[in-house]
Design a protein around this ligand. Structure first.
Ligand code: HEC
Length: 164
């Protein structure tokens, strides 16, 4: 009997060791962390959103510069994606990170002129909807005009709310 008991104990130990790193990882991901860590995560979240927005605009920006062949279907998809992503912008700035040492280009007006910032996000959503509509019409000139309006909506917010 003795060896079986030993085996059971050993298996138990092996199982515990195998699971331990997993539960530690989960604890790190879901733990509340310090306020500084929470602020850093908030910055990473919003910068990730803008990277996805930039990724979505990429092909359309390429069409505007004549570096990517014109494709109305691609432009329509970009318009749909950017319209949806734009609605998330104000939400990812709910966390006011001004009093923390974080690496960010966000300017303080985002939190002191919230309505204006939200309006700039809304302008982007509307411009993106305009791009989708134009792209579904398929006329190149109208699509490129609508694409330029999307780019302007990006710039209008950056000029006011993002450090150079
Ligand atoms: C409502 C305001 C607003 C609009 C609209 C907006 N941006 Fe931004 N964007 C910002 C702010 C603020 C930052 C800086 C975020 C930070 O560093 O915390 C930023 C950062 C970025 C970044 C850098 C992300 C990184 O890696 O740090 C990219 C790329 C970007 N924006 C692209 C775009 C594009 C493309 C559009 C239009 C399709 C757009 N943005 C529209 C406010 C805006």
């Amino acid at each position: 009997m003795r060896p079986l008991v030993d085996l059971g104990v050993k298996l138990g130990a092996v199982t515990f060791l195998a699971l331990a790193p997993v539960s530690l990882t989960l604890a790190q991901d879901s733990g509340p962390g310090t306020p500084e860590e929470a602020a850093q995560k908030a910055v990473e979240l919003r910068q990730s959103l803008f990277r996805v927005i930039g990724f979505s605009f990429g092909p359309v920006g390429g069409m505007l510069k004549n570096k990517v062949p014109f494709d109305a279907a691609v432009a329509a998809k970009a318009g749909e994606r950017i319209e949806e992503l734009a609605t998330i912008i104000p939400d990812v700035f709910n966390e006011d990170t001004r009093k923390f040492q974080v690496k960010t280009k966000a300017r303080e007006g985002i939190w002191t002129s919230k309505a204006d910032f939200a309006a700039k996000a809304d302008d982007l959503a509307k411009a993106a909807a305009g791009l989708t509509a134009a792209a579904k019409g398929g006329e190149k000139k109208a699509v490129l005009q609508a694409a330029a309006a999307v780019g302007k909506a990006c710039g209008a917010c950056h000029d006011n709310f993002r450090e150079k």
